[in-house]
Design a protein. Structure first.
Length: 490
């Protein structure tokens, strides 16, 4: 397998040689320009144009992409330093790197690097090997699909003090085993069957519920230093269900501004059981995200409006994505009405589901629609937001249900030989269809009929002959009370 240096030289520094195989004799002709050459090949004469070769690169570009090159080591570090002095972004995804020493030595010899993608490298979890790693000025690190354990993530964070963006998507995390909470505070969540720890036969002393819980915290999680520099965290596709686990990320990264949790099967943003109702995590989880401006919860397993009300507590939250929730499948309303209900419940959000910025007019319309939606509901079904908006907009009258669709059937007066009769008629009939129906009424063949339309509002203009057999009646703007005069052809 090639080293990083070999892959780099293969891509950027390989010699470009002209292949003149099977061209044994080259002749220069004075009547041709210098870049033309004549080749004798059997009985034929072929002309070749030689393009001057560019001089080889002295250094690689600022963006160095070497993904899927089977790289397993760095190579000569002096050559790397010489050739990669301009590199600011390095993509090494889908390679064979395993040794963290190699990774940090690569970064050490690329002093300007700010972005590193190590996705889908099977890096070994050796936190002890990272303790002596040099401090790197890395701002963006991508570790998707690396399945690093949390102890290794913590060791990395300790050596990346200026890291601003971290990608930990698709790492199969079911819990967050790092926390920056005070040692005396326990934030356990209910254990799943896979997490339940059985006692050994040698354990004879009973433990209280509190002691067992805290021992579990200490055994499974590490209290570490918060990383205030991190602003953006991508956590897509990790099978975490409990919001209390996400709260640990808030404590670990207190300056977080963007959090992407798409395709995480989170079931609730509220307390999971009665015991959590008194805990700080359950009632004040929004306080762990004081700077959060963007949150992506698309494809979560949330099924309650109460979860939306929890999101309204995030005072700095401006950009929210909540697509593909089970809750939306249960609502009997249009997508526009659903958007209005969301906007009304989220006073701080200015961008919803990737759409444009919510205008003042759209918000006012949404809030008024929200008040009308709940004013006929029982008091128990009205959310707290209803009282707030009622105080702003007051008691609103219900909207009048105006049907702007044209009538399909109108009542028309038919007159024939001084005899009038009122009948309902379908306005989508053609003139010829109407004649066929009138044949049964007056016993006159359709081809012997002439029809005249008389608008009751414009009688002074006189009747209009309906001479086009395929013209539909609605095109005459026929309304109830109008008259159609039937005359026999002579």
């Amino acid at each position: 397998m090639p080293s990083l240096l070999e892959a780099l030289e293969r891509k950027y520094f390989a010699e470009c040689e002209f292949e003149n195989a099977n061209q044994p004799e080259l002749h220069k002709r004075s009547d041709l320009p210098n870049d033309f050459t004549v080749t004798k090949c059997g009985g034929r004469m072929e002309f070749s144009i030689f393009i001057p070769r560019l001089s080889p690169l002295t250094s690689v570009p600022a963006l160095l992409v070497l993904n899927d090159c089977d790289i397993d080591c760095a190579g000569d570090f002096d050559s790397i330093r010489e050739k990669c002095q301009r590199v600011r972004e390095l993509d090494l995804a889908q390679n064979k790197l395993q040794d963290w020493h190699e990774v940090f030595n690569i970064l050490k010899h690329m002093p300007r690097i700010e972005f590193l993608n190590l996705s889908k490298n099977q890096l070994m979890n050796v936190p002890s090997a990272l303790q002596a790693a040099p401090t790197i000025n890395l701002k963006n690190l991508v570790l998707n699909g690396t399945y690093l354990d949390w102890m290794c993530v913590d060791a990395l964070l300790q050596n990346l003090p200026v890291l601003q963006e971290l990608h930990l998507s698709l790492n199969n995390y079911t819990s967050v085993l790092l926390d920056a909470a005070e040692p005396g505070s326990c934030q356990c969540v209910p254990q799943t069957e896979n997490e339940t720890e059985t006692k050994t036969e040698t354990e004879t002393e009973p433990e209280t519920e509190t002691e067992s819980c805290c021992n579990l915290c200490q055994g499974r999680r590490k209290l570490t230093q918060a990383h205030a520099a991190l602003k953006t965290l991508h956590f897509t596709g990790n099978p975490i269900e409990h919001w209390q686990e996400i709260c640990r990320l808030g404590r670990l990264f207190p300056s977080l501004e963007a959090l992407v949790l798409a395709e995480c099967p989170i079931k609730s943003l509220q307390a999971a059981n009665a015991a959590e109702l008194d805990s700080a995590t359950a009632s004040e989880s929004h306080k762990y995200f004081p700077c959060l401006k963007l949150l992506n919860l698309s494809c979560a397993q949330l099924n309650s409006w109460a979860d939306i009300d929890e999101l309204a507590k995030y005072e700095q939250l401006q950009n929210l994505r909540v697509k593909h929730w089970p809750l939306w499948e249960t609502l009997e309303c249009t997508e526009h009405e659903r958007r209005q209900l969301l906007i009304a419940r989220l006073p701080n959000v200015s961008m919803l589901n990737g759409g444009g910025k919510i205008s003042v007019d759209e918000r006012v319309d949404a809030e008024r629609a929200f008040v009308r939606h709940y004013m006929d509901k029982p008091e128990a079904e009205r959310p707290a937001r209803y009282a707030e908006l009622l105080a702003v907009h007051g008691q609103l009258d219900p909207l009048v249900n105006v049907n702007l669709k044209p009538e399909k059937r109108v009542k028309v007066n038919f007159t024939y030989n001084d005899v009038s009769e009122s009948r309902f008629v379908d306005i989508y009939l053609t003139v010829n269809d109407l004649k066929i129906k009138l044949e049964k009424l007056i016993s006159l063949a359709p081809n012997k009929m002439r029809l005249y339309y008389l608008d009751q509002d414009y009688k002074e203009l006189g009747p209009e002959e309906m001479r086009y057999p395929n013209k539909q009646l609605y095109s005459y703007n026929i309304q109830s009370g109008d008259e159609i005069i039937i005359d026999a052809k002579k």
